[in-house]
Design a protein around this ligand. Structure first.
Ligand code: C5P
Length: 285
């Protein structure tokens, strides 16, 4: 069987709200998500036996079963077939641990590739269910595009696509483990929440300015002081450079800015890149 390469786009949280902590330890979420052109590439190559994960652009964590292997095992369990030998190669562009869903998107791309190779008839809902066994953001990444995500992140409603829009994405050099940030959240004492209904109305109006006004992420309220200062600085720079608005994505620390024209976005990208090595110019898909 031949090998297959698929793209794994990064995601942005246009809104992120945390409604309550659940008895199972997860949190009940409400998020508007969108995919962007910044992407990894995932190649799947069937081989005789074994599971090998390779990566260009990053060092992989060693010594534990990767999300990719767990996803592949869950996929073949769902098919009631033994797992064939697989070599999976990641070409990374999306910064890891950044709030951009890079890891989840790689897993989702692997699942889409496995479906294309081994079970083209499998419905997307089934692939999303398999993805949820590996991570809360994987079902969204399987589906992609613009979605409202609720529950742990797996209850998805398709939304109209956003107006075409350049976006500057900037990751400061801080690590913010998602679970640690969730542990800092007291859902009952969040002071500024997104107006999710307002965002949905803004999206159906097709006005980029109205969408930009509604950007809001409750994680920004619970950042540890050094991360909070970095995020505030990058947001201010985005605004000074002409962004319509800027917000942190996911559990951060990456900040993104929406721009109305590509010339302004390019200038902002060039300015931010001087201070932040991991700065990208992309498009909302
Ligand atoms: O699902 P995933 O393994 O990606 O989640 C990582 C961690 O983030 C979980 O262990 C949990 O602490 C937190 N989380 C949460 N509520 C969610 C999603 C993730 O508390 N809806």
């Amino acid at each position: 069987m031949h090998s297959l390469t698929v793209e794994a786009p990064a995601k942005l949280n246009l809104t992120l709200d945390i409604l309550r902590r659940r008895p199972d330890g997860y949190h009940e979420m409400r998020m508007v998500m969108g995919s962007i052109s910044l992407c990894d590439r995932v190649t799947v190559e069937p081989v005789d036996d074994g599971f090998v994960l390779r990566a260009r652009g990053v060092t992989l964590p060693s010594g534990r079963v990767t999300m990719e292997q767990r996803a592949a095992e869950a996929f073949f369990t769902a098919l009631h077939r033994p797992m064939p030998g697989l070599v999976v190669t990641l070409e990374k562009q999306i910064p890891a641990y950044a709030g951009l869903g890079g890891g989840s998107s790689d897993v989702a791309a692997l699942l889409r590739a496995l479906r294309q190779l081994y079970a083209p008839e499998m419905p997307t809902a089934e692939l999303e269910r398999i993805g949820l066994q590996v991570g809360s953001d994987v079902p969204y990444c399987v589906r992609g595009g613009t979605c409202l995500a609720e529950g742990r992140g797996e209850i998805l409603t398709d939304l109209p696509s956003l107006p075409p829009c350049p976006v500057v994405v900037c990751k400061p050099d801080i690590d913010l483990p998602t679970a640690q940030l969730f542990a800092r959240v007291r859902p009952e004492s969040i002071s500024r929440r997104p107006d999710t209904q307002g965002m949905l109305r803004a999206m159906s109006s097709g006005s980029l300015e109205a969408v930009a006004r509604q950007l809001c992420n409750v994680f920004e309220e619970v950042l540890p002081a050094p991360a909070e200062a970095e995020v505030r600085t990058i947001k201010r720079q985005m605004m000074e450079q002409g962004a319509l608005n800027a917000a942190m994505s996911g559990s951060g620390p990456t900040v993104f800015g929406l721009f109305s024209d590509s010339e302004t976005a390019r200038r902002a990208f060039e300015a931010l890149q001087k201070d932040y090595r991991q700065t990208f110019l992309a498009q909302i898909l």
